[in-house]
Write a protein that binds this ligand. Structure first.
Ligand code: NAD
Length: 423
């Protein structure tokens, strides 16, 4: 990567942008051909991914600029249908860049699978028996995946929980598995299915569910950034941002929207890389509930000793570079090449940094000019295109919709008809 600071990218044509991205990411331009819909995911390839395929659906892939993550410049491809997401992330990354960009830390890539055991007469003793048999159960699990164990991953630990439900107390065994560079769902599910009978036997009950938990709280990534006070707009903006974040921490109604903003960034990168967006989202939702059982904001903000704003975001981040659609989807492969990540961990770092950038951008817009101004000009483009504008008509229709303060489809159609009548 040369630089992620591609000023003026938005003023280039799509082809020029692609060329600049290829040059700066150190990727062959031809490798990005798959970003042309005609050479992207073919129907025959799609037919191998899911059932009853009748076609493929296109989504815009944009590149967020200005990101520095752990001292490395990175261009961040994002797949999203929502206007202003890519621009907002790039903006916040530009502000973070002033003070070194984003830094991260992570746990090991540990996923967990659960085995539920029913009808156990002595749950406390069953828990002790299972822990005594932990080595044998872990061995059985590891026998399932020589590839993973060969790469230094595999089942590491057996945890046993007693879950009291209104029906009965279940013994729930957790296999903790290091899944290396995979998202890991298939890997841990295979292990859970393989050990379930033995777990039931040792516990003295009937095994039922055997499946990973998407509450991936042993696999978290934290991103941190210092947002420069001057670049944010001054001390008053910093204070207002602290208040904005404080409301999200205290109020679930605000927190839900605050967290949705984070996921605008997170989901767009996860989707572009062919990873499982629902798994990441389920993990994030469960992480937003604190130890007191209350739903709250996923990120936290403070003012540092120099008056700058410090933001921190911690998320479970079950993403992979192998498995799922990451290798099977040609666009996902090109996106991973642009990102230049070589481990799942590095991908997680970029995803969480993007979530933090997106969050800061939304808060800043809300705490200053409001969100509609930025949104509206992009929204106006959608309306203009939907009304049938093309080529240079788009900018003309957008300008009129904004100056008339009427960003509505029927007005766009009227303006377009006027324009065409005037020709
Ligand atoms: P996978 O089984 O396709 O790939 C993982 C396997 O790849 C490992 O078990 C290992 O044998 C091999 N491998 C090769 N190189 C590796 C490396 N460097 N690091 C780690 N493993 C390597 O996929 P997966 O990641 O186990 O599962 C992901 C898929 O499971 C996704 O498509 C997801 O949508 C799906 N899924 C999700 C859920 C859920 O989230 N609840 C449930 C079921 C399935």
């Amino acid at each position: 990567m040369t630089t992620s600071r591609l000023a003026g990218l938005r003023d280039r044509t799509v082809e020029e942008r692609r060329q600049l991205v290829a040059e700066n990411a150190g990727v062959e331009l031809a490798y990005l051909d798959v970003l042309e819909p005609v050479s992207g995911l073919r129907v025959e390839q799609a037919d191998h991914l899911i059932e009853n395929v009748i076609g493929v659906m296109g989504l815009p892939v944009g590149v967020a600029t200005n990101f520095t993550v752990n001292g490395r410049d990175v261009l961040v491809p994002m797949a999203t249908e929502e206007a202003s997401v890519v621009a907002a992330a790039s903006n916040a990354a530009r502000i973070a860049r002033v003070r070194g960009g984003f830094t991260t830390s992570s746990t090991a890539p540990l996923m967990q699978a659960q085995v539920q055991v029913l009808d156990v007469v002595d749950p406390e003793a069953a828990r002790a028996r299972l822990l005594e048999a932990a080595d044998e159960i872990l061995r059985l699990a590891n026998d399932q995946d020589p590839v993973l164990t060969g790469l230094g991953g595999g089942a590491r630990e057996l945890l046993v929980r007693l879950v009291r439900s209104p029906v009965q107390t279940y013994v729930v065994a957790h296999l903790v598995v290091d899944v290396r560079d995979a998202m890991g769902a298939n890997a841990v599910n295979t292990m859970a299915e393989a050990v379930a009978a033995r777990v039931g036997e040792v516990a003295g009950g009937r095994p039922l569910l055997r499946i990973l938990t998407n509450k991936a709280d042993l696999r978290v990534t934290r991103a941190r950034a210092v947002f420069d006070a001057k670049s944010l707009g001054g001390a008053e903006v910093v204070d207002n941002l602290v208040h904005a974040a404080a409301l999200a921490e205290a109020d679930p109604y605000r927190a839900a929207t605050h967290n949705k903003g984070i996921m605008n960034g997170v989901t767009a990168v996860v989707l572009a890389t062919g990873n499982d967006t629902r798994a990441v989202e389920a993990g994030a939702h469960s992480h937003a509930v604190g130890p007191d059982g209350r739903y709250t904001s996923l990120s936290h903000y403070e003012k540092d000793a120099d008056g700058n704003l410090v933001g921190v975001l911690e998320l479970p981040m079950p993403v992979g570079l192998v498995g799922g659609a990451t290798k099977a989807h040609p666009v996902a492969r090109a996106v991973l090449a642009i990102l230049g990540v070589t481990t799942a961990q590095q991908l997680a770092d970029v995803v969480v940094a993007t979530g933090l950038a997106q969050n800061l951008a939304a808060m800043r817009a809300l705490a200053t000019e409001g969100i509609q101004r930025g949104h509206m000009s992009l929204h106006a483009r959608n309306i203009a295109v939907t009304a049938g504008a093309s080529g240079d008509e788009v900018d003309k229709v957008v300008a009129r919709l904004i100056s008339d303060r009427a960003i509505r489809s029927e007005h766009a159609e009227r303006v377009l008809a006027e324009l065409r009548g005037a020709r």
